[in-house]
Design a protein around this ligand. Structure first.
Ligand code: AMO
Length: 434
């Protein structure tokens, strides 16, 4: 049996007289006595089904009158051009089939007319996603992923999948989630960093991975989660400048692609997307510190990590995407390559949106001796990293890479208040379900 022939967006008034089968949720029913309306919602929008009581089969009228809101229906009928109907047509049904009945009351209002707390929406995310504005975010996120993959494939990258259950920390400092793994100690991986670097020694040269990272940090902010999706790349025979160029073009292209393929979703969100201009501005750590100090907005010393207040000042002053480059070597992880002539400065960088950090990356240390030395200077025991270090002893090409937070990219692209709005089922300090 055919349950659907058309999405609502595929029906136009000039199809007057043709038979279609629509399927979706019963968005609304209105019974005016002599005339009855059923509004069916699918992922493309709303369609009005109109039944004149006198001319409609009694069983159809009974079915529609007995329908609870949000039940799933399939409606077969003829398209009729009707200027007064919301989209210029209505459907005159020959059958209405109830495929699944919805309980009432509903956990939240899927029309979006009634405002609702984020927590309530997340508790019943399946219903929240029936709101066009919520669904639009994830259709756009899918386009962002499609665009990023296209960029990577067009530049000769290979997509890889690295383990998420691991034996060691990647970054040292960041808290890890321990898990029980038979008789061994194991953790959820905080970054594919070590694996993507190991893969550079294989000759694969250019890899990318889009997958979860886990951070056991207790923050409760609008931009941190304990599970996030990271878009990671690693590239051989490249330095920090090469991978910054790739990053800015991948981000700008994602904006351009979304603008092209997600017009409906952007209009649902009331957004006019501006593609950020490339190249993004490069601001060195020292310049950033001077800017903030001159304005009396930084109490930090050279060598300190940039604090949130300074970061906000820089963002509001610069007002567009920018790279923060040339960080003090001691602030950046051990795998970050220092400049040959200025070993206290590193080839690490962050990609910043005016409101938050989107990505970090670097040219990496590829020399075994220097890597071991950098690990020790950051208080790490190289013995725990043998599986990683081994790959540096048998011919490791120079390489560079970055990791970009998908949730933050979508959050900043769409101007969403909270990263949780850009993640289907967010995991934070308090939330483990749904
Ligand atoms: P970093 O730790 O800066 O770098 O992470 C890279 C990017 O991932 C996103 N991100 C997060 N998003 C939401 N919640 C979190 N808790 C969270 N943590 C990180 C951010 C961040 O910029 N190994 C390096 C990358 C590299 O050098 O290739 C790394 O993991 O957008």
């Amino acid at each position: 049996m055919i349950l659907r022939t058309h999405y609502s967006g595929q029906i136009r008034p000039d199809m007057d007289g043709s038979e279609v089968v629509l399927a979706g949720h019963a968005h609304e029913t209105r019974d005016l006595g002599g005339i009855l309306f059923l509004v069916v919602r699918d992922r493309e929008g709303l369609s009005q089904v109109t039944m004149v009581a006198k001319r409609t089969e009694r069983s159809i009228l009974e079915t529609v009158r007995g329908l609870s809101r949000e039940s799933v229906v399939s409606v077969r009928g003829k398209v009729k051009a009707e200027a007064k109907a919301p989209r210029g047509f209505e459907i005159i049904p020959s059958s209405v089939q109830v495929l699944a009945r919805a309980d009432s009351p509903l956990p939240l209002d899927p029309t979006g007319k009634v405002d609702c707390e984020l927590d309530t929406r997340l508790d019943s995310r399946f219903m929240d996603l029936r709101r066009p504005a919520s669904m639009a975010v994830f259709r756009i996120e899918s386009a962002v992923l499609q665009s990023l993959r296209q960029t990577f494939y067009s530049k000769g990258f290979t997509e890889v999948c690295t383990p998420k259950v691991v034996a060691t920390a990647t970054e040292g400092g960041t808290a890890l989630f321990p898990i029980s793994y038979f008789e061994k100690e194991a953790f959820l991986n905080q970054s594919p960093q070590l694996y993507k670097q190991i893969l550079m020694s294989t000759g694969l040269d250019r890899v990318f991975e889009i997958g979860p990272i886990f951070r056991a940090e207790e923050h409760d902010t609008r931009r941190h989660l304990n599970e996030a999706i990271s878009v990671d790349i690693e590239m051989s025979y490249a330095d920090h400048d090469d991978v910054m160029a790739l990053l800015e073009s991948a981000v700008a292209e994602a904006y351009r692609f979304v603008g092209e393929v997600c017009q409906h979703e952007l209009s649902v969100l009331g957004l006019d997307l501006h593609v950020p201009k490339t190249p993004f501005r490069r601001v060195t750590y020292t310049e950033a510190l001077d800017m903030a100090r001159e304005a009396g907005r930084a109490s930090m010393e050279w060598g300190d990590d940039i604090d949130t207040e300074t970061e906000h000042y820089l963002g509001s002053t610069i007002g567009e995407h920018y790279f923060l480059t040339d960080w003090p070597a001691k602030v950046k992880p051990y795998y970050t390559q220092p400049y040959d002539d200025r070993p206290e400065v590193s080839k690490g960088f962050d990609l910043m949106h005016p409101t938050m950090e989107l990505a970090s990356g670097a040219q990496r240390v590829h020399d075994y001796g220097l890597l071991v030395e950098r690990m020790k200077s950051q208080g790490l025991d190289p013995d725990g990293f043998e599986f990683y270090l081994k790959a540096f002893r048998y011919g490791m090409p120079p390489h560079a890479g970055w990791g970009l937070g998908l949730g933050r990219l979508v959050q900043t692209m769409l101007g969403l208040e909270n990263i949780r709005d850009a993640v289907l089922f967010p995991r934070d300090r308090k939330r483990l379900v749904p």
